[in-house]
Write a protein that binds this ligand. Structure first.
Ligand code: SF4
Ligand code: SF4
Length: 609
């Protein structure tokens, strides 16, 4: 039986229902996830997910870490400089930074009010006056401004000056109080990079910066507080009212639009906001890892992987957007070509036959089919090239299907931006603790050492699919340009594979990434990694080099320090860490990473070779 919508976790409500097959996160929630959240995971009947060890993507969405936190980071906007350290370091994607224009904030609040069943009559017009007043007040108060208080002032002033009277004024008052209640305690900072500097360049262009805690994924590790040099985050004991407030603020964060591209173009490096910090301001990039998984508090591996996935997502998003425009364009041009070919079949030169056909059908509606039929009755017309029509409609289907895969697919969430093959180790354990999956893209795990080999196999299959899409595009381009010659092009297209991809096509390929620790890549799995390097196959390899063989108790590993004290190593036993290197220098490393990088450069596949 379908569960009531009210019992769905808030984050799950954000996702569209899929097609009900195994990849549908809503089906997984009903069949498996909800039982775990109710503490009945072991009493659950066997289902296809448990039987096959499959999980849909991003099931970490279900998790709620409230019970494992004793303290939480509280945002002090008056101290914030928007440096980005906190949201870059957080391992649990739990503290996103966001920049919104004032009008976006007000519009989001109004839409929330209206969706809650309270239509507004005056609010949309009146918030324009509030915004003007608010900007004036911010200018007076500078970067230490308390934006929430200033919004209150601006609303009160606007209300006092409103020419409305009687019941209309009461309605406006009610609408304003709903606006203030919806924004609530959600805190905004006035910062140099996103407000003051922009306002100096162009009045009205400054945006409000916010830092919001996701109470469902924050584990209370306090790493964000450690890296905040401006005392804009403080550790506060968690109370019931604090949890309620965090949930309300998070709900409002979900309503706010993502950071607009104009706020992501920071061109002054002295503002100390770099590319990484700005790309993370995009909600989609930030949620390239959903978290809600079983990693330890403050897990550095997760931070590293999150920065990697966010960067890949940020690179692919604009490429896919322009590729979709290209596909749309090709579909339109092909459709026009088919229409023109069909219309050309009608002989417009014989106008007398044309008029006679129209007159012969004046008793009923005239369709193109009837007209064509009548003209044919008067004499033979040009026969249509049936094979050409069949081919071109098949091609149109392929292009439409390609667009569907990019924008919807079985999950209704479009095509994934990458895929990970994870070596067994810490990263595979926390990323696959049933039923919580932190990744919003395909992920698989095999034996400790196999990730690069498995990535090579998946890469071949994945690139065959990519090649199918590119073949359809290449063929459409040739047909539109009237250059398609089956004798010349069919065999090229039949054997087309990733080695023949153009640079533009390469840039559209979601990377296949082998992820593992130094033990999995440099020790036990080295033969697999060396084979992948030798093959020249352009898979990506991400090594989370912890400089120790962690999963079996901490032996020395190939990428560790020379003379390193490891749990099972004998050198330096009993010597304090700070005394291990008498010269005070960084101890010598075994240098596996340097060797691998050098080897990779040497064997780099060049598609133009
Ligand atoms: S306390 Fe830890 S998990 Fe929570 S927001 Fe800060 S860094 Fe992220
Ligand atoms: S680290 Fe501190 S100053 Fe920097 S963005 Fe986060 S809260 Fe603001």
């Amino acid at each position: 039986m379908r569960k009531q919508a009210s019992s769905l976790p808030i984050m799950l409500k954000q996702l569209p229902e899929g097609d009900g097959r195994l990849s549908d996160i809503h089906r997984f929630w009903e069949q498996t996830g909800s039982f775990y959240l109710e503490g009945k995971g072991s009493g659950n009947l066997a289902d296809p997910y448990m039987a096959t060890g499959l999980m849909p993507v991003a099931t970490g969405f279900y998790r709620d870490m409230t019970q494992i936190r004793f303290e939480y980071p509280e945002f002090k906007p008056e101290n914030c400089t928007a440096c980005g350290n906190c949201y870059s370091v957080c391992p649990d994607s739990a503290i996103p930074g966001l920049v919104n224009s004032i009008s976006d904030v007000f519009n989001s609040a109004i839409m929330t009010i209206e969706r809650g069943g309270n239509p507004t009559r005056f609010l949309r017009r009146e918030v324009r006056t509030v915004e003007k007043k608010l900007r004036g007040l911010i200018d007076q108060n500078g970067e230490a401004a308390n934006v929430n208080q200033l919004i209150d002032h601006a609303v009160l002033e606007t209300l006092a000056e409103s020419p409305l009277e009687g019941t209309e004024k009461q309605s406006l008052e009610r609408e304003f109080s709903r606006l203030l209640a919806t924004i609530g305690d959600f805190r905004f900072a006035i910062t140099k990079p996103y407000y003051s500097t922009r306002e100096k360049k162009q009045a009205g262009s400054g945006g409000l910066f916010s830092i919001t805690i996701n109470p469902y994924t924050c584990k209370g590790c306090m790493e964000c507080i450690k890296v905040c040099d401006d005392q804009a985050l403080v550790a506060v004991p968690q109370t019931e009212s604090a949890v309620e407030r965090m949930r309300k603020e998070w709900k409002f964060w979900l309503e706010l639009p993502t950071t607009a591209p104009e706020f992501s173009r920071i061109d002054d490096l002295d503002e100390k906001v770099g590319a990484l910090e700005t790309l993370l301001l995009d909600k989609h990039n930030y949620h390239s890892m959903m978290s809600g998984d079983g990693a330890c508090l403050g897990c550095g591996e997760k931070t590293s992987i999150h920065l990697f996935t966010a960067t890949v997502t940020a690179l692919l998003q604009p490429r896919v957007k322009s590729h979709l425009e290209k596909i749309d364009n090709l579909i339109n041009q092909l459709e026009t070509k088919v229409r023109m070919t069909l219309a050309n079949n009608i002989n417009l030169g014989d106008t007398a036959a044309f008029r006679a056909a129209i007159d012969g059908n004046k008793e009923h509606d005239l369709t193109l089919g009837i007209l064509s039929h009548s003209l044919e009755a008067d004499g033979p017309t040009q026969p249509l090239n049936q094979q050409w029509l069949k081919d071109i409609t098949k091609l149109l289907d392929a292009l439409r299907n390609l667009k569907w895969r990019y924008t919807e697919g079985q999950t209704k969430q479009g095509r994934a931006e990458m895929g990970i093959i994870n070596a067994t180790g810490c990263t595979s354990v926390w990323a696959s603790t049933f039923p919580f999956n932190p990744y919003p893209f395909p992920w698989a795990n095999h034996l400790f050492q196999d990730a690069p080999s498995m990535a090579m196999g998946i890469f071949e299959g994945h690139m065959a699919k990519m090649a199918d899409g590119f073949k359809a595009i290449r063929k459409a381009e040739l047909i539109i340009a009237d250059k398609y010659d089956p004798a010349e092009h069919d065999s090229i297209l039949t054997y087309f594979n990733w080695k023949a991809f153009s640079d533009e096509e390469w840039r559209l390929c979601p990377p296949v990434v082998a992820v593992g620790g130094d033990g999995a890549m440099y020790d036990i799995g080295f033969q697999n990694l060396s084979r992948a390097l030798m093959s020249g196959m352009p898979i990506k390899v991400l090594v989370l080099d912890t400089q120790v063989y962690s999963n079996t108790g901490g032996q020395a590993c190939t990428s560790g320090f020379i003379g390193q004290v490891s749990d099972t190593g004998s050198v330096w036993q009993g010597v304090e860490r700070q005394d291990r290197n008498p010269q005070g220098n960084e101890p010598d490393r075994n240098g596996a990473s340097h060797f691998i990088c050098a080897a990779k450069l040497h064997f780099q596949y060049d598609p133009h070779d």
